[in-house]
Structures are given as structure tokens and as C-alpha cells.
Design a protein around this ligand. Structure first.
Ligand code: SF4
Length: 488
């Protein structure tokens, strides 16, 4: 589990077609994708004899949700799985994925990573036409559109359904005969195809293919739909190609696992190059470079190599932190910072320290760390951040706080330096970050840094929008209908 200060994660999806141990493979695949979501996990399996899909979903980590007996129950040669952090809809079991329905198209299960920007209006349209929703997730909107047969209400085919949804989606879908992988036209979230003997595997990240011993075949392209069924694997692109792509660059900076590759680029190498770029942009005289584990580790390595300053792992991470049920008072917050990362005092005492972190969002954790270092006797504390300042919120699946809570949105760099109590502060710039990832800027979404949003959104379409709708409940029996009745 990640212990960084990023307030949230997103989701991971995994799918298997044609393997006798589809559930076990999915279980291990989800294990490898656990960093993408820790609130709930689920697997749905399908047999080839048309029997009902089997499903197990639960709150918590993969290892907590599935016991050995569960996997034995999840029979089938096809499976899809999901790990979730709530980006849309509240974190409850009913919102855990994969979602599953019986429809006029048979059984359908879906697992979704990303965030739709028009879920609310689509849901209203579908509800007005009689759809009944079971969850408050945007993913259920896709499920409804897919299961419809009537083109006039958005259904008719998978292509027609996907043409109605806007925003970020990497999907694995299981029907009566097939497993389908689909990625939005901008390719916000990653999705890859693997092969294991005669089985096809779909996964959010390549690290899960490695774990199950599958060979990487290729990425699902932005806008591509890949279908694997008894006829084999085929693919089509139902959408008009947008003029640019928009892979979330924050996957490189923070979210993806360092052993994964995105667009053919290894994530750890990209992070190391970010550190090198950072050292060129913001050099400083210092004695040691200290990473904030885990996601700052590779950037610190790059900084240290470029600057010729030794690396010292002075922060020690506690790997065994569960969820804290204590109310987050200031005392508890300070404790939480320390329980996650402890400091080796003797490593920093009397030293000029460069601390390399992957990002500063609210700033509270970074501030506590500087205090920590000062208390331990560090002579100077220089903060270096391996991405540009976060000024804008994300509408495509990463749950950054409200812009007013983003430190860089409220303060100038000088004010932030003072607030953190640091001697100096240096952020990587957009050009350096993009260069480090090794692809042109028009391949990336950079919106939380630049405010240039590839897909327009409305201000109302935030993460809570589908929750809020419940408050606008409508009476089942309107007053006009009862006016003619008798008063008992
Ligand atoms: Fe990623 Fe930021 Fe774009 Fe969201 S806004 S998809 S976090 S780059």
C-alpha cells in the first residue's frame, strides 16, 4: 500500500479469457494492482456453459476480501476483477466492482478505471426512460448503455454506448461469450493486453502481467475496443480520432508501479530522469539527498546522480499500517505522518539535506516532515518536487482536493517555502517532466498542472454528483394524484 500524502488513488482492472484458473490469475493480478485502490476488491467469473456468473466483492484489500474457499467457488475460464478507490460515488460495498447485471443481452459484468464527465446527465436521461440504478458510480451508466438494445436511448451496440460517454475510461467487460477491453479516445488511463499460453489477459498495468507470468502483447490503443471470444481476438476503433492523446502524466509521476511500463517507457526510469531534470533545474549545495519513500525514491536517485550528492535513505517506511479509525485531529495527523515514515536522526544531524518528494498537494505532510528533520538536527532542509505545482483539480479519475485546498493554488512559491519551513523549494517544470517521460507533450494530460483540460466538464460533475442526487428525492405519489382521494 502506498503511504504518500496524495489523498487518493484510483482503480485497477484485470481480465482473463480462456484459462482454467481464471479466478486465481485475477486474484494475483489484483494483488499486483493493489496500489491503484485499497477500498474494495472484486472478481466475477463465467463458465462456458451459460450458467450464472459467480461474484465475490468486499471492502478492503485483496488479501482480506478473498479467502481460499472463495477462489474455489469462483469457477470459470473467464474472469474480470477490480480494485477500487472511490473516485465517483461513496465508498460502500454496493459500489464495489465489478458491477454485474442480467439484461436483454444476457449477463454482463464491468470493471472501470477512470471518471466520466457526463455521468450525471446520462443517468438522468436513462432514469427518465425507466432505468433503475443500484449504485452511485458512474460505471453503472456505462453498464446501462451497453445493456440497452434501443438505439434511441443511447444503446444499440457497444460502439453506440461508448460514443455517449465522455471522459476517462479503461474498461474490462465480460459478456456471455467474450471478454472486452476498451479505452477512451484520449487514453487517460493505461490498459494492456497479455498472453499466457492460450489465455488472453487484460490489465491496467504491465506489472500484473509479470506477476502472473503472462507475456506483454501490446497496449490497448486510445479509442480501441478489443474483443476476445471463441473466434479469437479482434479490435476496432468506433470513435473519431481526437487530435491528441491524453495519458495521465501523473501515472508516470506517482500512480503507476515503478516496475510497470506505460507507452513502452519504464516508470522507474522515467522517475529517475525526472530527478535528473530536477537537479539541473534546481541545484543546491547539500550533504545528502533523502527520498520520501516510496514514490520519491527513483526521483531522489536521479537527483543524487545528477548532482553528485550521496543518497541516504533517512526516512524509514512502516509497511504495516492499516486504516486508522481515530478522528483526524491535529495530534492524530502528526502521529500519522510519523507512524508512516520514521527518521534516522543520526543520518541527518548537522547535515544540509535535500528532500525529494513526488508531489506536494495540501502541504500538511511535507510541512510535518520538515519539522521532523529540524527536530532531528538537520542544518538545512531543501525541498525538491519531481513534478510541477498542482494548481487544478482532476476530473478524469484522480481525486485531488478541491482547488482551494491545493497549496500551490493558494500561495506563491515563496509563501509555500515559508509555510513548509524549508530553506528552499524547487519544483520540476512541465517541460522537464514531459522530457523525462520520453513522449511529446501532446500525448499527455497535464491538466492538473496547466489547467488545459482535454475533455470539457461541467462544474457540477464532481465526484459527489451522483451521491447528491439522492438528496433530491422525489415523492413516489405526487400530491396532485392524492388530491382526489378520501381523507381517512
Ligand atoms: Fe492525470 Fe492530472 Fe490529467 Fe488528472 S488532470 S488525468 S491527474 S494529469
Amino acid at each position: 500500500m502506498k503511504t504518500s500524502h496524495i489523498p487518493t488513488h484510483e482503480c485497477g482492472v484485470f481480465g482473463v479469457y480462456n484459462h482454467p484458473n481464471a479466478a486465481e490469475l485475477t486474484y494475483y493480478g489484483l494483488y499486483a494492482l493493489q496500489h491503484r485502490g485499497q477500498e474494495s476488491a472484486g472478481i466475477v467469473t463465467a463458465r462456458d456453459d451459460g450458467k450464472p456468473f459467480r461474484a465475490k466483492r468486499g471492502m478492503g484489500l485483496v488479501g482480506q476480501v478473498f479467502q481460499e474457499g472463495d477462489l474455489k467457488e469462483l469457477v470459470g475460464t473467464r474472469a474480470i476483477g477490480h480494485v477500487r478507490y472511490s473516485t465517483t460515488g461513496s465508498s460502500t460495498l454496493k459500489n464495489a466492482q465489478p458491477l454485474m447485471v442480467e439484461s436483454s443481452r444476457g449477463q454482463i459484468a464491468i470493471a472501470h478505471n477512470g471518471n466520466l464527465v457526463n455521468a450525471s446527465s446520462l443517468r438522468e436521461e436513462l432514469e427518465a426512460d425507466g432505468s433503475i440504478f443500484q449504485t452511485t458510480t458512474d460505471s453503472e451508466v456505462i453498464l446501462h448503455l451497453i445493456s440497452r438494445r434501443n438505439p434511441t436511448v443511447g444503446g444499440g451496440s457497444l460502439s453506440q454506448a461508448l460514443s455517449r460517454v465522455h471522459g476517462a475510461y479503461s474498461l474490462v467487460i465480460m459478456g456471455e461469450n467474450e471478454v472486452i477491453a476498451a479505452r477512451d479516445p484520449f487514453g487517460f488511463r493505461p490498459l494492456v493486453i497479455g498472453k499466457l499460453e492460450d489465455a488472453y489477459i487484460f490489465s491496467s498495468e504491465t506489472c500484473a502481467l509479470d506477476l502472473v507470468g503472462a507475456e506483454f502483447v501490446r497496449e490497448v490503443q486510445p479509442g480501441e475496443v478489443v474483443v476476445v471470444d471463441p473466434n479469437g481476438l479482434r479490435s476496432f476503433k468506433p470513435h473519431a480520432e481526437p487530435s491528441r492523446e491524453a495519458l495521465c502524466i501523473f501515472e508516470f509521476v506517482y500512480f503507476a508501479r515503478p516496475d510497470s511500463a506505460l507507452s513502452g517507457r519504464n516508470v522507474s526510469h522515467a522517475r529517475t530522469r525526472m530527478g535528473r531534470e530536477l537537479a539541473k533545474l534546481h541545484p543546491v549545495e547539500a550533504d545528502i539527498v533523502v527520498p520520501v519513500p516510496d514514490s520519491g525514491t527513483y526521483a531522489a536517485l536521479g537527483y543524487s546522480e545528477q548532482a553528485g550528492i550521496p543518497l541516504d535513505q533517512a526516512f524509514v517506511r512502516n509497511h504495516y499500517i492499516g486504516r486508522s479509525f481515530l478522528q483526524p485531529t491535529q495530534l492524530i495527523r502528526d502521529f500519522n505522518v510519523r507512524v508512516k515514515l520514521n527518521l534516522i536522526r543520526s543520518a541527518v544531524q548537522g547535515k544540509r539535506v535535500v528532500v525529494v518528494d513526488d508531489s506536494i498537494v495540501r502541504g500538511t505532510t511535507a510541512r510535518a516532515r520538515v519539522t521532523n528533520l529540524r527536530e532531528a538536527g538537520a542544518k538545512e532542509v531543501h525541498i525538491r518536487v519531481s513534478c510541477p505545482p498542482h494548481r487544478f483539480s482532476c476530473h478524469y479519475g484522480i481525486d485531488f482536493p478541491n482547488p482551494k485546498d491545493l497549496l500551490a493554488n493558494r500561495m506563491t512559491k515563496q509563501e509555500i517555502t515559508k509555510y513548509l519551513g524549508a530553506d528552499s523549494l524547487g519544483y520540476l517544470d512541465v517541460d522537464g517532466m514531459v522530457r523525462a517521460c520520453g513522449l511529446p507533450a501532446n500525448k499527455f494530460c497535464l491538466a492538473c498542472f496547466t489547467g488545459d483540460y482535454p475533455v470539457p466538464f461541467t462544474a457540477e460533475d464532481d465526484k459527489e454528483v451522483l451521491e447528491r442526487r439522492r438528496l433530491r428525492s422525489v415523492s413516489l405519489v405526487p400530491e396532485e394524484e392524492t388530491r382526489q382521494g378520501f381523507l381517512l
